[in-house]
Design a protein around this ligand. Structure first.
Ligand code: SF4
Ligand code: SF4
Ligand code: SF4
Length: 329
């Protein structure tokens, strides 16, 4: 029997949701099994790093790499899997753009470790121990992977062939990608975003869009929105304008705003900047003709001030891949 090509999936700094998305292919997992050998997938198989080390370079036809690059081990595995894979795909938002783990880029490494190991209300750490890459013990030196100052994307550390957006990617979109490979391609140009559309979530959202004019912003718990009207027009920050389509506008369908997990639409470089620019054109400041510059500025500040946590709203998924990348120090 002819040997099947190998497929792999690895989790770096990840929540495990991307693996669940793969399992959500349901019976199509059997189609993957019929066409590929699972070479490496820590959540499904007990394969060790030494097994990957022993493979010839390029031996794994496709690797889905999910999770961000948070520490030395994540980087080492990214470099190893790059070498051993024909096609390396950044799978999901963490790997493509840093996602929620990258919000810690707003703080230094020291601040993050202090919060997690010393200030976390659920931790019992009376000796105030903070992990270090090397610790001298009576038995010898202990090593753990060094924690990076910033969360990085997969593309920041290795050459990436494609990325599949989403937190996590939608199963039907994962299948579209796998099926394309099974059918023999042709694959899109290197560097493309695959398993998604190229436009914005607003284009696949069926809510009624009229003239957007926003007098104030609301958090989702503050109002019960009209279930047919555009959420942004009702004052809820919906990131649909600045987010790639492909999920089927899932969140607006259930009366929740899009928070931006599919990343930037084609041609947009910075998701947060795009959203801020879009909001700038829909603020309703009232009649400004007779107002002084100071008063206009005050009204803008008041209106924008009703958006809580700018970074968490505008860069919830994309901070590591944005122009800012994090807090400048
Ligand atoms: S992209 Fe979302 S689902 Fe996937 S690992 Fe990151 S946080 Fe989890
Ligand atoms: S802003 Fe949100 S609710 Fe409005 S059309 Fe776009 S995706 Fe739909
Ligand atoms: S609507 Fe937005 S946040 Fe919700 S799944 Fe789609 S892209 Fe992600």
């Amino acid at each position: 029997m002819a040997k099947k090509p190998k497929i792999g999936m690895y989790w770096a700094s990840s929540c495990g949701g991307c693996e669940i998305a793969l399992v959500n292919l349901h019976e199509r997992i059997l189609d993957i099994d019929a066409n590929f050998d699972f070479a490496f997938c820590p959540c499904l198989l007990d394969t060790k790093k030494k097994d990957i080390d022993a493979m010839p370079d390029g031996d794994i036809a496709i690797t889905f790499f999910n999770g961000a690059i948070r520490n030395e081990e994540n980087k080492e595995m990214a470099q190893l899997l790059r070498k051993k894979s024909g096609v390396l795909i950044a799978f999901g938002s963490c790997s493509s753009e840093g996602c929620i783990p990258a919000l810690s880029n707003l703080h230094s490494m020291e601040e993050t470790l202090k919060t997690v190991y010393l200030e976390n209300p659920t931790i019992d750490n009376p000796a105030c121990i903070i992990p270090r890459p090397e610790t001298d013990m009576p038995e010898g030196k202990l090593h753990i992977p060094a924690f990076f100052d910033r969360v990085k994307t997969l593309r920041d550390v290795v050459d990436v062939d494609y990325s599949i957006p989403g937190c996590p990617p939608e199963p039907h979109q994962i299948w579209n990608v796998v099926d394309l490979v099974i059918q023999g391609g042709p694959l899109p140009p290197k560097g493309s975003v695959i398993g998604a559309g190229s436009s914005a979530v607003c284009d696949e959202c069926e809510r009624k869009k009229e003239d957007k004019k926003i007098k104030r912003f609301y958090r989702t718990y503050e109002i019960v929105p009209d279930s047919e009207k555009c959420l942004l027009e009702q004052g809820i920050v919906c990131m649909g304008i600045a987010t790639r389509d492909g999920c089927g506008a899932l969140c607006p369908k259930v009366n929740m705003p899009c928070t931006g997990c599919y990343g930037t639409p084609e041609g947009v470089f910075d998701q947060g900047a795009k959203m801020v620019a879009a909001l700038g054109s829909v603020l309703d400041l009232g009649n400004t003709k007779s107002l002084s510059e100071d008063e206009i500025e005050r009204r803008i500040d008041k209106l924008i001030g009703s958006v809580p946590d700018y970074a968490g709203v505008f860069y919830k998924y994309s901070l590591a891949a944005s122009i800012l990348k994090g807090r400048s120090r």
